[in-house]
Design a protein around this ligand. Structure first.
Ligand SMILES: NC(=O)c1ccc[n+]([C@@H]2O[C@H](COP(=O)([O-])OP(=O)(O)OC[C@H]3O[C@@H](n4cnc5c(N)ncnc54)[C@H](O)[C@@H]3O)[C@@H](O)[C@H]2O)c1
Ligand SMILES: [Zn+2]
Length: 283
């Protein structure tokens, strides 16, 4: 009995010591990344040098990059009713599309209305300037708002599609929704085959567009410097891209006001808003 108590007590002490050790290692990692940080910009000298010298740069953005433009992020909206009493992941799902295409269109028309008057912010604009700065620059976004393109980014791998496009459910023909004729629920059908159109956005329960992830993964693998901007890094396979970059030897930098599951993997974590941090790289 006495022995059993002693064993339990030592196990508890061992467990507690392990937790403390783990905490110290983690905080040390985080502290290390901030040791030579410039107090004014929050960017380390090491990162500045890498930014100056890099030839192959990879940027992955999420909803946070559009937050300062006024586009609501997904976080916190999980089970919250966002549309007619339905949570985001129900109204934006493949099942809903099969059950009620008109309602899905109504929801996406509402989302387009919300972002119609919204403009790119300083983060989109900084990323747009980077495309001509590096020999090989790759921009990958999980966003569907089209704000990178509005900022002037010429080439953007859209992992989750775009709110401003419709596509035929049968022949996959694409239609631009910016021309104004589709602000109401589209009653028109595909000009090529007569089938229904749907939003060209990846819904919950659907696969990513063919080739988009594969291209992004190849670019991530080849990158010297990888920025992860404004993503909660919980939606896979998008969140695997910085992991691929890191495993292949890239220096990975996260820009986010909050820590994410990726923070520990990153070589540097800059806790701040994308629109405030990204323009500082050009100073
Ligand atoms: N703008 C859009 O197109 C949009 C908006 C909401 C959701 N979505 C979709 O929902 C999914 C959500 O995943 P996600 O990781 O992109 O977004 P998310 O909403 O899960 O996470 C947003 C992240 O951005 C961070 N953030 C908030 N403000 C920021 C700022 N000013 N600067 C930098 N970071 C900031 C938050 O801390 C959080 O980690 C994606 O698949 C996306 O397609 C898209
Ligand atoms: Zn068609």
């Amino acid at each position: 009995m006495q022995n059993e108590k002693l064993r339990t007590a030592s196990l508890r002490i061992f467990h507690f010591a392990f937790l403390i050790f783990n905490f110290l290692v983690r905080s040390d990692t985080i502290l290390n990344t901030r040791m030579s940080v410039n107090q004014e910009t929050g960017i380390s000298e090491e990162l500045r040098r890498r930014f100056r010298e890099a030839r192959r740069v990879f940027v992955l953005t999420g909803a946070g990059v559009s937050a300062e433009s006024g586009v609501p992020t997904f976080r916190g909206g999980g089970q919250t009713a966002v549309w007619k009493g339905m949570p985001f992941d129900k109204i934006s799902s493949a099942g809903m599309l099969e059950r009620n295409l008109a309602e899905v269109w109504e929801w996406f028309n509402y989302r387009r209305d919300v972002i119609e008057s919204i403009a790119p912010n300083a983060a989109h604009l900084a990323i747009e300037r980077w495309q001509d700065r590096f020999e090989d620059f790759t921009l990958v976004t999980q966003n569907v708002d089209g704000l990178h393109q509005a900022a002037g980014s010429r080439s953007c791998i859209e992992l989750h599609g775009n709110l401003w496009r419709a596509r035929c459910i049968w022949c996959e023909a694409k239609y631009d929704l910016r021309n104004g004729e589709t602000t109401a629920i589209p009653t028109f059908t595909c000009e090529d085959c007569g089938n229904y159109l749907r939003p060209d956005v990846v819904l919950f329960g659907e696969m990513l567009p063919v080739g988009a992830y594969e291209l992004a993964a190849a670019k991530a693998k080849d990158a010297e410097l990888c920025f992860v901007v404004g993503t909660s890094a919980i939606v896979y396979p998008a969140a695997s891209l910085p992991e691929i970059a890191s495993a292949a030897g890239a220096y990975v930098v996260e820009i986010n006001p909050e820590p994410t599951p990726l923070s520990n993997l990153c070589d540097e974590v800059i806790m701040g808003k994308a629109g405030e941090v990204l323009p500082l790289f050009e100073l």
